[in-house]
Design a protein around this ligand. Sequence first.
Ligand SMILES: C[S@@+](CC[C@H](N)C(=O)[O-])C[C@H]1O[C@@H](n2cnc3c(N)ncnc32)[C@H](O)[C@@H]1O
Length: 222
Amino acid sequence: MASPILKQARDMARATRRILRLSPMCAVIREVRRRGVAVEQCDALECFAFTGAMHTLDYARVVRNLEVWEINPAHESLLRKNLPGAEVRITDTYDELARCTRRFDMIVVDNSPAHGPHVEHFDLFPGVFRLMQDSCVMVLDVIPSMNASVRRQYPEMFRDQVLRTRAEFYGVADPRELSEDVLVAPYAACARRQGYELRWHFVRKRNPILTYLVLGVVRGRV
Ligand SMILES: C[S@@+](CC[C@H](N)C(=O)[O-])C[C@H]1O[C@@H](n2cnc3c(N)ncnc32)[C@H](O)[C@@H]1O
């Protein structure tokens, strides 16, 4: 658990990067735009919202509509304060996924790597495709390398069961180091099975542990 001073310093660093448009999420939004997506016309969903301070604030003002889901009611007031225009739902994302009838142009998945019974975001697939418009951008946190930072911050990621789940999801024998091609393959295959095609993808390093994997999918064949 970070000390209050460290947390405050991190929040200040994030706010500064946001103001200067230097955060990894700001870079993601720029690249998505460069690929022809009208971000300002996107209805976006942040599937794991916390207070929005980690990266949702970086794009909240840019999109047309924003909906955010968060399980912990303790974050609701800050979430509403930080994201005044957003539709806030205090809900379990996995349950909401099955219930939700709305469709989104951009879906951002930013959960902790191991949380409760879930490993990374794997359990959101294939259900998350139900939430997509015919054309959709998906932003995922992926872990290309199970490095020393992962071991320090998320030691549970090295449990046998978690490693097996990761190996199975990515279709590899050893899931500790994953190339970009290996990382993108299961999402492309899942998209195809759900009637979508992966039109493009790119990665953007976020921190020593997480990398954004950004997928542009369209319904039907391209
Ligand atoms: C890494 S934080 C998200 C940070 C956020 N995207 C931001 O921009 O500030 C992950 C959040 O997911 C929430 N969470 C964990 N399990 C959840 C679930 N099943 N449904 C909804 N939220 C969940 C946690 O309470 C935590 O606030």
